[in-house]
Write a protein that binds this ligand. Structure first.
Ligand SMILES: *Cc1c(COP(=O)(O)O)cnc(C)c1O
Length: 442
């Protein structure tokens, strides 16, 4: 697979270059180039196919000939020690649970694949790289865990001070080793801007092998498409023959839109899914675009689903490129819904009362959007699979507020609560970030 810049199709890169540079030198984003079909892989899927097996096949096909089959197998095996799970709520609503990885959120999938690929492509430590990443919540935790003690790699994570949950902060700041946390006195958009500017800085670029692990990195994007394939194909296998092949949609709680973009890619490569619901909180610049055709980024506003508090989604440029800058074309595939905090709380309560399960506030945004869509659609028998992006135990306060009960915190995360926080507080200035990087890692 080759990648090209969203701003210039002639600016091409192979997988290795794309994951280590994170983005092309013209400030665009890498997107897969050319026609790719995975239809053969999709049609060979059956009841016995595991997520890992499907991922192996897809990775081999997508990364050939640059990455040999053995290496691709190895990357998948190292990365995916966990799997997605499908949970049926009723005849029309299913959850694709993506929180069974080490940090209990979907970002584990992309981070694990990227970390395994990076280590392998650095020849297990004979070359060095610095991972620089901005997080609005869960990215940093997943990246930190995935890259912890990987040979040849240092990690610097920027996060907005007081804008992530205490547990999320612990995930970023307690690992030590090759993981460094920068606490930025600003918003997530500040963090993201600083990272973007550092990547464009000639002095940094020439002195260090800088790599991004946030959702603009194609090494995270590609593996996220694997669970869409698995979710759709495994559900079709579970349904009886006369029941399968009804209309189907994925509903994706979205912030930076990396997750949704990965689904669109799976469809571009032949997965027969043509409907996606983009569910956002009130940071809804994309749903607004889908209605008006006008994209107006703005400052983000804090909400209960804080991993989706993004005012200028970085993957939007990729979506635009995929849909040829045509808002009508995009809105024929993607339907946008905005969900308020009030509705998020109501939804957590409703789902608890109806099905006896806790869902986290991000999944709740998805559930509410899916409900609304079902209510208004004329598609008979439509099934919606909602991507359940985080474990409810990561958001105990919100779930408590909604239901009066506190879900258990997963054991892997509980351990972190007693560990001491280690972070460096900095102003939201790219100059200061640059000094920090050049003084420590060159
Ligand atoms: C990051 C995140 C999202 C949003 O994903 P994007 O790819 O940024 O759209 C949704 N839910 C949770 C729990 C997250 O951590």
């Amino acid at each position: 697979m080759k990648f090209v810049s969203t701003r210039n199709k002639k600016l091409a890169a192979d997988f290795s270059t794309a994951i280590f540079t994170g983005m092309p030198p013209d400030g665009g984003l890498y997107e897969p180039a050319g026609k790719i079909s995975l239809k053969e892989i999709y049609s060979s899927f059956d009841k016995t196919t595991s997520f890992q097996k499907l991922s192996e096949k897809a990775a081999v096909k997508l990364l050939a000939p640059e990455i040999e089959q053995e290496a691709a197998f190895d990357i998948v095996k190292t990365a995916f020690t966990f799997s997605p799970a499908i949970r049926k709520l009723d005849e029309s609503i299913f959850l694709l649970e993506l929180f069974h990885g080490p940090t209990c959120a979907f970002k584990d999938f992309g981070a694990a694949f990227l970390a395994a690929s990076s280590e392998r492509l650095l020849d297990n430590g004979s070359k060095r790289a610095l991972v620089l990443v901005a997080t609005s919540g869960d990215t940093g935790g997943a990246v930190a865990r995935a890259f912890l003690n990987r040979k040849g790699i240092d990690v610097v994570i920027l996060y907005p001070s007081h804008r992530v949950s205490p547990l999320q902060e612990k995930q970023l700041t307690t690992l030590g080793g090759n993981i460094n946390a920068l606490e930025v006195k600003g918003s997530f958009d500040d963090c993201q801007r600083m990272v973007k500017e550092a990547f464009l800085d000639k002095e940094i670029r020439s002195s260090i092998n800088l790599t991004s692990a946030n959702s603009i990195n194609p090494g995270r994007l590609i593996p996220q498409s694997f669970y869409y394939m698995y979710g759709y194909l495994a559900l079709q296998e579970q349904l009886s023959a006369d029941n399968a092949n009804k209309d189907f949609a994925f509903c994706v709680p979205s912030g930076n839109f990396g997750n949704l973009t990965a689904g669109i890619l799976a469809s571009e490569w032949g997965l027969p899914v043509s409907r996606y619901i983009a569910a956002t909180n009130i940071n809804d610049v994309v749903p607004a675009y889908l209605k008006s055709g006008i994209f107006k980024p703005r400052s983000s506003v804090p909400t209960l689903s804080n991993a989706m508090d993004v005012g200028n989604p970085s993957n939007f440029e990729r979506l635009l490129a995929i849909f040829h800058n045509d808002s009508n074309l995009m809105s024929s595939v993607i339907h946008g819904e905005t969900v308020t905090d009030t509705d998020t709380l109501k939804t957590i309560k409703e789902v608890y009362e109806k099905y006896g399960i806790f869902i986290d506030p991000h999944t709740a945004v998805g559930y509410r959007a899916a409900q609304r869509y079902l209510k208004h659609t004329t598609q008979k028998g439509l099934r919606i699979m909602i991507l359940s992006t985080a474990h409810p135990g990561k958001f105990t306060e919100t779930v408590f507020k909604a239901t009066g009960y506190k879900p258990d915190i997963p054991e892997t995360l509980k351990i972190l609560l007693n560990k001491p926080k280690k972070s460096t507080i900095i102003d939201p200035s790219t100059r200061i970030l640059k000094e920090y990087i050049l003084s420590r890692f060159v």
